[in-house]
Ligand binder design. Sequence first.
Ligand SMILES: C[S@@+](CC[C@H](N)C(=O)[O-])C[C@H]1O[C@@H](n2cnc3c(N)ncnc32)[C@H](O)[C@@H]1O
Length: 243
Amino acid sequence: MIPSIEEIRTFLERLGFDGKAVNELIEQIEYFETEAPERDDIVRDYLRDECIETIVNDIVEEILKLNRESIKLLDVAAGSGFFTERVKRKLEEKGVKVRVYGFDITPSMLRRLKEKGITPIWGVAEKIGESIEIANEHYGINAPKEFDMVVSTLAFHHFLNPEGVLESMRNVLKEGGKVIIVDVLKHEHEEFKETLKDTHLGFSLEEIKEMGSRVFKNVEAGYMEIYCEVGDIIVGLYKAVFA
Ligand SMILES: C[S@@+](CC[C@H](N)C(=O)[O-])C[C@H]1O[C@@H](n2cnc3c(N)ncnc32)[C@H](O)[C@@H]1O
């Protein structure tokens, strides 16, 4: 269920990534392997309790608007499952039957998800459907190919091809389903590319709306009234909902 780096190389080639992209993705994995054991504490460092609660509540509210008794939820680049676990718990408290899958490229993050009782799926966000096929075939896990809700928190700025990720999310969305992205707004801290392995310095609301409208019919994006603190640097957050 959790691949080795060698298996990952084979999977990435099978998914059609060229040598350069494979190396970039492996670099991301190596960075996040070291972050995995501490990821929950890192999130607590970045965000105060009320910020964490706001993110969880906003995601849950959007999910409740679907008005479904049971839902299949995919958390893309779920990391250690910090938000996945909290969203699942809150939905259950509200009486929603929820099947939650944590999708990530980094083996140690998948281990953390499994420890938290969240079904881990190895895969690349740019190719979600194809990755799920590989995971199902290789590990016999029978993960669904479509979801009512696709969420992603604090990860969008890490993706090599963000618009490709939106397309890949749309392709695994059930009729009437929704995608929710919570991530950092555009900033000027170039150093994060080195220190936090960020690929992009966040996105402005205009950029995210423009990108979203090339892929989805309905696009909403707005500032969140909370922010992320990285040491003494403050970065704003946005929430985008696509359907
Ligand atoms: C900053 S962490 C965010 C984790 C979690 N969503 C959270 O809010 O704490 C970014 C995560 O994205 C994953 N990741 C990076 N690029 C990815 C990709 N192309 N496909 C899938 N996962 C990816 C990393 O392994 C890592 O777990």
